[in-house]
Each structure stands twice: as structure tokens, then as C-alpha cells.
Write a protein that binds this ligand. Structure first.
Ligand code: NAD
Length: 302
């Protein structure tokens, strides 16, 4: 099989001082990418900072014969996002790949979650992705080439107790990915997302017997593919863990056009409205595509 290469491509990886981001950085560098290793170097809950996390991984890459520079700005501010992308421009003259990976956890049951916990998590995961992606996307549009891979989570796509802040931010990243895929397509930009499960400090003690089977390294090959010129998908979301990869998709049932559109009729038909007939569901590729489906259903029912 011919090797998939990223020679000369400039990749920015946020939160790459440890865990999944470090693994992605090593994998992309091994395949020839010039890497900006970004990491604020704080604790799991976002407290504190240290320049050494990013520098350490950049040094690891250099020691292995790769090319990398470190950056330790926070993704969670507009200025931080600009500075991270500017590091790539200053060091390598362009940015071809952006991996939105930086993240923190501040779990709490929803009824106890205060504004700080909500803001900090949304700032890093969701607004952070906006702050870094926007300057990168603008460059990618100009150069008519780009690959964006954002890190969503089963927590937001499927739900998880105690993670309203995190889950909402992660579901937001799926939405951002879908819109970037549409806006970027005509400019040679592909945007996809992953929902990984891996053994990192973020999941310490909660993966049980899955833990030894889900190394960060088992997630990075998918990231390398999605980051490559050969990536043939756009707007997709993949579940990835321990070498098992599946596509998560947003579909809708055939639905019903109710002759009498009343709360009482909906009460009577709610089961049928929600029923998934596996041979008959839609996977709209955009809002426009869904509107077309609705228009057809209404026409057919008239
Ligand atoms: N590990 C899993 O099973 C899992 C599951 C779903 C999603 N994720 C997501 O994967 C990503 C990586 O997580 P991980 O498991 O490797 O945990 P991790 O804590 O090892 O990695 C997150 C990194 O982001 C950095 N970071 C935090 N805030 C930052 C900021 N403001 N600016 C720059 N860097 C910052 C941290 O310093 C850390 O190195 C996260 O977005 C996480 O939510 C992980």
C-alpha cells in the first residue's frame, strides 16, 4: 500500500502537549508535516499554564527528525487564536491543516453548574475552535486548500451525565464542522470531526477494561487521513477508538404529514413520527437538502 504522506504541509494542532494532541502531532510529523505544537500547558480543569508541555512535544518531534515549533497561547481568546495561526505563518509561511483538539473538563450535574463552569468549558472547546479556525480558514480560502479536523465527543452527540457544558460545546463543534464543510467546499477546504475515546489524563479511571485497548495512537491514523490531501470526505463525523472507526451521522425519519396538525394529532402519532424504518430514512447533507425533503413530503401529501 502506498504510504499516505503529508510532506511540506503545515499543520497546527491545538492542545498537543499531551494525550491525543501529542499523538496526532507525532503522527503528522512522521508523515512529513511541519507542525505547530500548541498547548497552554494547564491542568485538566484549565487552571494554570506552562510553556514546557508544547516545547517538550516539539523537541520530541525534532529529535525524531521531524520539523516542529511550539506555541503556548490559549485557544480561548481571539488574540490567542490569531497568535497560534501566526506562529505557523512566521515559521512555515502557510497553514494547510488545523486540528482543533485543545480541551478541558469541568463536570457538574446541570442543576449545580455555575456560570464559571459553563463559560470556561465553552470558551476553550467551542469559542476556542472559532478563534483558531477563523484565521486559519481565511488563509486556507486564499490558498484554496485546507483540512480542518475538530474534536467532538460522544458526550455531546449522544449525551453524558454531568457534562452539559462539555457536551453542548462538543455538539457545537459538530455543527461548526457541518457549516465549514459547506462554506469551504468550493475553496478546496474539507472539514471533518472525530468523536474519540482514548486513554488520556481526561479519561483516567473511567474507561475500565476498555482502557488498555484504546491508546491515543489508535485515534491518530484517522486524523492523519482526514488531514491529508487524499481525504475524500467533507462534513463527516467519525467515532474512533482502539482501531474501530464508524461514521456518526445525523439522519431523520421519514416523518408524517398530518392532515390535522394539532397537538392532539401529534400525541396520537408521536410513535410513528419517531419510528426509524431502516430502509427509509434521510441523511440531509445540509439545511437546503432537508428543506427539499420537507417540500417533497408536503407535495406528495397534498
Ligand atoms: N480522551 C478521550 O476519551 C476523549 C473523548 C472525547 C473527546 N476528547 C477530546 O479530545 C481532546 C484531547 O483530549 P485528551 O483526552 O487528549 O486530554 P488532555 O487533557 O491530555 O489534552 C487536552 C490538551 O489541551 C490543552 N489545553 C487545554 N486548554 C487549552 C487552551 N485554552 N489552549 C491551548 N491548549 C489547551 C491541555 O493543556 C491538554 O494538553 C479534547 O478536546 C477532549 O475533549 C477526548
Amino acid at each position: 500500500m502506498q504510504e499516505l504522506r503529508l510532506d511540506g504541509r503545515v499543520a497546527v494542532i491545538t492542545g498537543a502537549g499531551g494525550g491525543l494532541g501529542r499523538s496526532h502531532a507525532l503522527e503528522l510529523a512522521r508523515r512529513g508535516a511541519y507542525v505547530v505544537v500548541n498547548d497552554l500547558g494547564g491542568a485538566l480543569d484549565g487552571q494554570g499554564s506552562s510553556a514546557s508541555a508544547a516545547q517538550h512535544v516539539a523537541d520530541e518531534i525534532t529529535a525524531l527528525g521531524g520539523v516542529a515549533v511550539a506555541n503556548h497561547d490559549s485557544v480561548a481568546t481571539l488574540e490567542g487564536g490569531e497568535a497560534i495561526v501566526q506562529t505557523a505563518i512566521d515559521a512555515f509561511g502557510r497553514v494547510d491543516v488545523l486540528i482543533n483538539n485543545a480541551g478541558i473538563l469541568r463536570d457538574k450535574a446541570f442543576h449545580k453548574m455555575d456560570a464559571d463552569l459553563i463559560n470556561q468549558v465553552i470558551d476553550v472547546h467551542l469559542k476556542g475552535a472559532f478563534f483558531v479556525t477563523q484565521p486559519a480558514f481565511r488563509r486556507m480560502r486564499e490558498q484554496r486548500y485546507g483540512r480542518i479536523v475538530s474534536t467532538s465527543s460522544a458526550s455531546g452527540l449522544f449525551g453524558n451525565f454531568g457534562q452539559a457544558n462539555y457536551g453542548a460545546a462538543k455538539a457545537g463543534l459538530a455543527g461548526l464542522t457541518r457549516v465549514l464543510a459547506i462554506e469551504g467546499a468550493e475553496h478546496g477546504i474539507a472539514a471533518n470531526a472525530i468523536a474519540p475515546i482514548a486513554r488520556t489524563r481526561m479519561t483516567e479511571g473511567i474507561l475500565g477494561e476498555l482502557s488498555p485497548r484504546v491508546s491515543p495512537g489508535s485515534v491518530s491514523p484517522l486524523v492523519a487521513y482526514l488531514a491529508s490531501e487524499e481525504c475524500s470526505v467533507n462534513g463527516h463525523i467519525y467515532s474512533v477508538a482502539g482501531g474501530r472507526i464508524a461514521r456518526i451521522f445525523i439522519g431523520e425519519t421519514e416523518g408524517m404529514v398530518l392532515l390535522e396538525n394539532s397537538a392532539e394529532a401529534i400525541r396520537a402519532h408521536i410513535g410513528a413520527i419517531g419510528e426509524v424504518v431502516t430502509t427509509s430514512f434521510h441523511e440531509p447533507s445540509s439545511l437546503d437538502a432537508e428543506t427539499t425533503i420537507i417540500a417533497k413530503a408536503l407535495t406528495d401529501a397534498a
